[in-house]
Each structure stands twice: as structure tokens, then as C-alpha cells.
Design a protein around this ligand. Sequence first.
Ligand SMILES: Cc1cc2nc3c(=O)[nH]c(=O)nc-3n(C[C@H](O)[C@H](O)[C@H](O)COP(=O)(O)OP(=O)(O)OC[C@H]3O[C@@H](n4cnc5c(N)ncnc54)[C@H](O)[C@@H]3O)c2cc1C
Length: 422
Amino acid sequence: MTATQTGPQIDPPTDPAMFYDIAIVGGGMVGATLACALAGSGLKILLLEARAPVSFSADQPHDLRVSALSPASQTLLQNIGVWPGVVQRRLCPYRRMRVWETRGRGDTCFDSADIDQPVLGHIVENRILQLALWQRIEQCDNIRIHCPGVISDIDYQAGGSVLRCEDGSRFECRLLVGADGGQSRVRQQAGIGVHSWSYPQQALVASVRTAYPQQDITWQRFVASGPQAFLPLSGSCGSVVWYHTPAEVNRLGGLADEQFLAELEASFPRELGRIDALLGRASFPLRSQYALQYVKPGVALVGDAAHMIHPLAGQGVNIGLLDAAQLAQDVTRAFAAGENWAGLEVLRRYQATRQQHNAVMMASMDLLCRGFSNEVAPLKLLRNLGLGLAQRLTPLRNAGMKFAMGLSGHLPELAQRQDRSL
Ligand SMILES: Cc1cc2nc3c(=O)[nH]c(=O)nc-3n(C[C@H](O)[C@H](O)[C@H](O)COP(=O)(O)OP(=O)(O)OC[C@H]3O[C@@H](n4cnc5c(N)ncnc54)[C@H](O)[C@@H]3O)c2cc1C
């Protein structure tokens, strides 16, 4: 059964079996989270994804694409029944984060114990989160995954859109959601523009096996050429992120494994320890981008389709998951109240909440990135003072920690506490 509500009159579907209340394009971490958060909504959901995630086995090496998931994301994933699927597979908690500069006195350490929290977050491979989400979706009668479903055409209409896939399938929906990443087709077809800018650095990500088992600490060091970061993975593995100029990232990417490891050990701080093996490496361009609107009648954007931020503090997917939780909450409530749940009035509630939150996060990351990538003397002094102050001023340090962990500011209810249904 599909949901009928007040709102604009739309033509009856040509094939009711192919009609969905909500079609989500993109079954990555954010789109699949939105589907799971809509499980109890009473709405009929379609999730369209071009590529299925490869199944997991514990003997596989760690993937290169990993994310630092905040406690707010963890709570959300617990509340939608997904977290056990992550824990069952593989993850690494971290309790401390150290940040310092090579040519200054600024050095600060964030510790979850200081704010009575068990962890600062968990490092999770993106594919593992996606697999856990898809596993949960399989248990939901109201959600169908169409995969591989590569979109060939989107006819966006305010009152209901039509989607066609390369395999010839055709779907209609009342609300179209773009969870299809930074290059979002949905966003383009809905005529929503973006503002974007790139950075003079790229990120080189390498996964490595270290000579010692991982502890519970991540670190980030700022050097003149760009930040260097380390994220612990399970066992003796870790993920290294090396920000550098595109030319240097290109050169490093082309080196033989032994040469690359030698340069890594020479350039990174002694905290990295001895590396026994390089398990993989890849580079990523860095861009920030935001959609000028998150919604129009009958369409909404979530995750990277709505915003891309600098990955320095690992917040991109965390804010995307909160978009998913907020949109699910607003749509579910409006549907239950008999409102036009796919209409602009309801969708604007989602936009008003998330756009503001994401803009603050985006501006903070941009400031952090520019502030630490600049060798102008007054800026160096300021950031040394900032790191020093953060170490000495406990309230300042704790407030920064809570903000990054998603424990302050407005949160959708699903991300606030456990066992709470919409
Ligand atoms: C180097 C690096 C490190 C990062 N580290 C972190 C971190 O530690 N913490 C963090 O929070 N964030 C991090 N991020 C950001 C994070 O990876 C992104 O914010 C996140 O992947 C966005 O998820 P998404 O589901 O919105 O989009 P995506 O991951 O881009 O997923 C989009 C999905 O849509 C599908 N799709 C696209 N087009 C179509 C189509 N036409 N038809 C069907 N399907 C389609 C794609 O196949 C894909 O599965 C990092 C980013 C980078 C580059």
C-alpha cells in the first residue's frame, strides 16, 4: 500500500507496483541510513544504487576508505538497528586524540574520560557500515533495494518524479531524495546549483601494518607542507593520511612500495612507529561544496549531495548521517499528522535545521584547514596560542570535543539517545 495524503494532485502511477512514496538515489552510507531511519514510517521506499558493496570476510585487508564515526552517529546507528552489524564485522574505538605542530609549542590532547564519555569515536571502514545498513534493510518489508541500478534519466517534477535505469526499469515516486554524492545527478536534474572551492592540497591515504598492536589514540600533526594524520584500525593496522601538493602526492603515489614506506617513515613523526607492510594507497582531491538549497517541492538532498567538507577533522559522513535522521524524522511526523509530507513546507523544516548546522561545521573545517596551512607569522602565533590554550583551558577543550563528537547543538531525536522511536 502506498501513502495517500493531501497535497498537489499527481497523475495516477502507470504501474502501481513501480510506484514508491520515496525513491532514494544512492545506497551509500547516507542514503542507506535514510532508508533504515524510514523503516517504521509506513511509507514505501525504493533505494537505487549503482554498485553493491563487496561482502565481508575477516581475513580481508582493511579498506582504504575509512571514517571516524562520532558518538552521535553511533547512537543513531544503534537506534536504527545497524550498529550490531558493524560491531560483528570490524571497527576500532579511539579514546584520545593528540594534535600538535612541528614548529611551535602548541600541543593538545583530547581525552574522552575528561567529559565522562567511553570513547571519542570509532574508525569504521565505509564498506562495513554500508554492509551493515544493507543487512538491516533486508529485514524491512517497506524498503526495496534496486541494485545495480544505474540511473539513465531523471524526470524531476514537483508533484512526483520518474526515474529510468540503464537496465530498462522505470520507477515513479512522490519524493525523490538525492543521496548520490558530490556529483549528484538528482541535484542537477532538480536544477539546484552549488557553490564550491578546491584546496591547494590533496589527501594521500595509505593503510599500513605497524610493528605494534594499535592503541586507542588518533593523532594529527601540522607541518609546513600540510597535516599528517594517523587513525588506528583493528589489530596492528592503521590508516595514514598525508596532505600535500598535487605534484608531491602524484610523485609519492608513483613510488615503489619500499621507497614509499621509506619516505613515509622519514617524513612522519616517531609516533608512527615501525611499519611492517603497506597494504594499499590512493589519493583524493579536496573540495568543499554546498548546495544552494537542500530542498525543492518533491525533492531533497542529503549527505555529500548537499555538502562536501574538508576531511581534516573527519566530519563529512557524520553530518550526512544527521541529515538522514532529520529528514526521516520530519517526513515521518508529517505523514503521521496527515500533512503534505513531500511538499515544500515540510521539507523546509529539514533544510532549516540541517543547513545551519552544516554551515557551522563547514566554516569551522575551512578555518581550521586554512589556519593550519599558512606560514604567515601572526597566524602561526595564533594557532600556537590556540593549541596551547586548548590544552590549558579545560572548558574550551571540552567544548571543542563535544562539538566534534556531535554532543552539542541541535541533534535529531534518533541521534540523541537510545531506544527512542520517531
Ligand atoms: C580522504 C577522505 C577521508 C574522509 N574521512 C572521513 C572521516 O573520517 N569521517 C567522516 O565523517 N567523513 C570522512 N570523509 C567524507 C565521507 O567519505 C563522505 O562525506 C561520505 O562518503 C559521503 O557519503 P554519501 O553517502 O553522502 O555519498 P557517497 O559515499 O559518495 O555515496 C553515494 C552513493 O551513490 C551512488 N550513486 C551515485 N550516482 C548514482 C547514480 N546515478 N545511480 C545510482 N547510484 C548512484 C554511488 O555508487 C555511491 O554508493 C572523508 C572523505 C575523504 C575524501
